[in-house]
Design a protein around this ligand. Structure first.
Ligand code: RFL
Length: 391
């Protein structure tokens, strides 16, 4: 079996790419390890940057998020010293987020692609990409029934995330720049309406707590968590008690409590693959770079890179012009490192230092000063807003 472009993975990166290529008449197929129901219900990101919305609008993929997404432009910082709000939508470039659950975006992208006649194989796991150095790469797969198969292509788009086959198939010597920030979060989805009309970032001696709206009935919370402890170690009572404490509800009013629908442990790590192209194999989304979730950049980078990759592949396959493909890695890496730098800054802002600086008065004082600068300096606020929503 064959296609001009084999797309590994049906996440935001793979499905955006698939829609754009298919609309341009490029022969492509998506191979996805999971089944359709799993892909459409995997709750992860929720904050879409203005640029992400513009990309999706440009290609007629934004109907769902226009109907059900909600604009969002405020965050609130709470510390021992009090609280302040930043209307980031009115600062910097005056851009807002659109709150739209990732699984809804993925469902929209998938529906649009299938309605347009796009090809996808679920429950088909890519094992390895072979002969990527040359013009005839192949992908060894395992089908739903366990049968091995092999696909041929001219290009393989590795959009299969951080643990996918594309990364595994990179030649030895490929650079993977990795950083473990030494901080762990317990990520929670609560069956409870949002309790603030803002993204809440709380800095407490017990550690960071975060509040992010998802829908009218669902809220995402994060709690800084001890590394190595299983996700189910804390009872729901303990979780809500910690959230109440760290969000300073005594001063700022109660949180809506509710059932915890989902929990996961997230070690805050970042990495970047360089370069993102190896002959006929091109990486996009989490396969290319994992920005720590502290700055909500992952899904947004995935969509941005998918558009750049689609344009480059269309130039190459429809017009025999390979210049954009040659520039693809360099262009993406500029955005990736910008996002990485901001995520790193956010991690420093939200957490007491981990590792050798743990408990260091010097670092803690710098962190307080950084928060104070953000509270009082319009220039700093503009910079924050530009990076927070920007991509
Ligand atoms: P995905 O979404 O992981 O999709 C990859 C797809 O590839 C499939 N796959 C394979 N298929 C075939 N063969 C194989 N060998 C395969 N291996 C894997 C998988 O089943 C899957 O369907 O990657 P993509 O498209 O690059 O998209 C990246 C985003 O999903 C990710 O960056 C974001 O979710 C990160 N992120 C956030 N990003 C934001 O922009 N805003 C946010 O608010 C935000 N919140 C978050 C997040 C990530 C989180 N997690 C996962 C820690 C919140 C959380 C809790």
């Amino acid at each position: 079996e064959s296609a001009d472009v084999l797309i590994l993975g049906a996440g935001p990166a793979g499905l955006t790419l698939a829609n754009l290529l298919h609309a341009a008449g490029i022969d492509c197929v998506v191979l996805e390890r999971a089944d359709r129901a799993h892909v459409q219900t995997r709750a992860r990101a929720g904050f879409l940057a203005a640029n992400t919305v513009r990309v999706l609008e440009r290609h007629g993929l934004a109907d769902g998020l226009h109907r059900r997404g909600r604009p969002h432009g405020t965050c609130e910082f709470r510390t021992e010293d009090g609280s302040f709000r930043l209307d980031y939508g009115a600062l910097g470039r005056h851009e807002q987020h659109t709150v739209y659950p990732q699984q809804d975006l993925v469902t929209d992208l998938l529906t649009h692609y299938l309605d347009a006649g796009g090809r996808i194989h679920f429950e088909t796991e890519a094992r390895t990409v072979q002969d990527a150095a040359g013009p005839r790469p192949t992908v060894a797969v395992q089908e739903a029934d366990g049968r091995p198969d092999r696909w041929r292509a001219r290009y393989v788009a590795g959009c299969d995330g951080r643990h996918g086959a594309a990364r595994r198939s990179l030649p030895t010597g490929t650079l993977r720049h990795h950083r473990d920030h030494g901080v762990t979060w317990l990520g929670l989805l609560a069956e409870a309406p949002p309790s603030l009309d803002a993204v809440g970032y709380a800095l407490h001696p017990h550690g960071f707590a975060g509040h992010m709206a998802r829908t009218a009935d669902i809220t995402r919370y994060y709690l800084q968590y001890e590394r190595g402890i299983p996700a189910d170690a804390w009872s729901e009572e303990r979780i809500w008690a910690e959230l109440d404490l760290r969000m300073y509800t005594a001063e700022h009013g109660p949180l809506h409590h509710g059932r915890i629908l989902q929990r996961s442990v997230i070690d805050l790590e970042s990495d970047v693959i360089e370069p993102l192209r190896h002959g006929s194999l091109l990486l996009a989304g989490d396969a290319a770079s994992l920005p720590a979730p502290a700055a909500a950049k992952g899904a947004n980078l995935a969509v941005l890179e998918a558009e750049l990759l689609a344009e480059a592949l269309i130039d190459e396959l429809a017009h025999h012009d390979s210049r954009a493909l040659d520039r693809y890695s360099r262009r993406c890496l500029e955005h990736i490192w910008r996002a990485q730098e901001f995520a790193h800054w956010m991690i420093q802002l939200l957490h007491a230092p981990a590792g050798p600086d743990e408990g260091s008065y010097f670092h803690e004082a710098m962190r307080r000063s950084r928060i104070e600068s953000l509270r009082t300096s319009r220039t700093h606020q503009d910079w924050f807003a530009e990076n927070y929503v920007g991509i």
